[in-house]
Design a protein around this ligand. Structure first.
Ligand code: SF4
Length: 243
């Protein structure tokens, strides 16, 4: 078993499906990703992957798929979140390996960062013995101080928040604290070729804030699934053909 923090890079390479074929069960721990996974569904938005599901559907999914869930569960957001929390807490406490994506990597220091809003990322990044991070090479920033810009840019563009709720940073391992084994997988998957394209390379500047989805009339009408790709919306239409 492995626990996972929301990662588009691992979706891009079909990692969960591959792990399943090798007898490894991957548990998504982001609430929306959990809903999508339990329903055997696909994400439909970069930031809010289960936006196509309403609370009644989520209740049905939980009743069917979460072992031991209270049959009296109501379609009330707080109750649904509590049911997911109880289910996930047990996974956090017992699973030895976690797989994460990364929002940013720092070339100068070897530091990685995950930006999330539920605390599930913090749990995945600190509790297991082993952490494996899969990161697209375009996520690398030159210097530590560059984070200052991106930590302001990302939450303001994606959720309109002044700052992000849970921001985790780690640099290798620390004896006696957090995972004691760490692996970083740098994912190319077409990115070097995109970088060599003087026009196409601009797509690699994307920080996955999803602002372009939220204002796109095509996305609004068609929904994320219509793009048939890990990256929906306007940026997906530009990025996916290059990967
Ligand atoms: S293309 Fe721009 S607006 Fe769209 S998700 Fe990427 S960074 Fe955000």
């Amino acid at each position: 078993e492995v626990i996972k923090v929301k990662s588009m890079a691992t979706q891009e390479i079909g990692l969960n499906e591959h792990l399943e074929s090798q007898g490894v069960r991957a548990y998504e721990t982001d609430l929306a990703e959990l809903i999508v996974q339990l329903a055997d569904d696909k994400p439909s938005h970069i930031l809010v992957p289960a936006i196509h599901r309403n609370r009644d559907e989520i209740r049905e999914i939980f009743l069917k798929e979460i072992p031991g869930v209270d049959p009296e569960l109501n379609a009330v957001p707080a109750e649904l979140a509590a049911a997911a929390r109880a289910y996930l807490r047990e996974k956090f406490m017992t699973t030895k390996v976690a797989i994460s994506g990364a929002n940013f990597g720092i070339a100068e220091t070897g530091t990685l960062s995950v930006v999330e809003s539920e605390g599930n990322g913090r749990m995945c990044l600190t509790l297991p013995d082993t952490l494996i991070t899969v990161m697209g090479i375009e996520k690398v920033l030159p210097r530590y101080e560059d984070l200052e810009v991106f930590f302001q840019l990302l939450p303001r563009s994606s959720t309109g928040e002044r700052m992000n709720p849970y921001t985790s940073l780690w640099t290798g391992v620390t004896p006696g604290d957090g995972p004691q084994e760490f692996h970083l997988v740098l994912l190319d998957n077409g990115r070097t070729a995109a970088l060599a394209d003087s026009v196409g390379r601009e797509a690699l500047n994307c920080i996955r804030c999803s602002a372009c989805l939220n204002v796109c009339p095509v996305y609004e009408r068609a929904g994320g699934h219509a793009y048939g790709s890990t990256y929906p919306g306007p940026i997906g239409a530009v990025l996916t053909p290059q990967l």
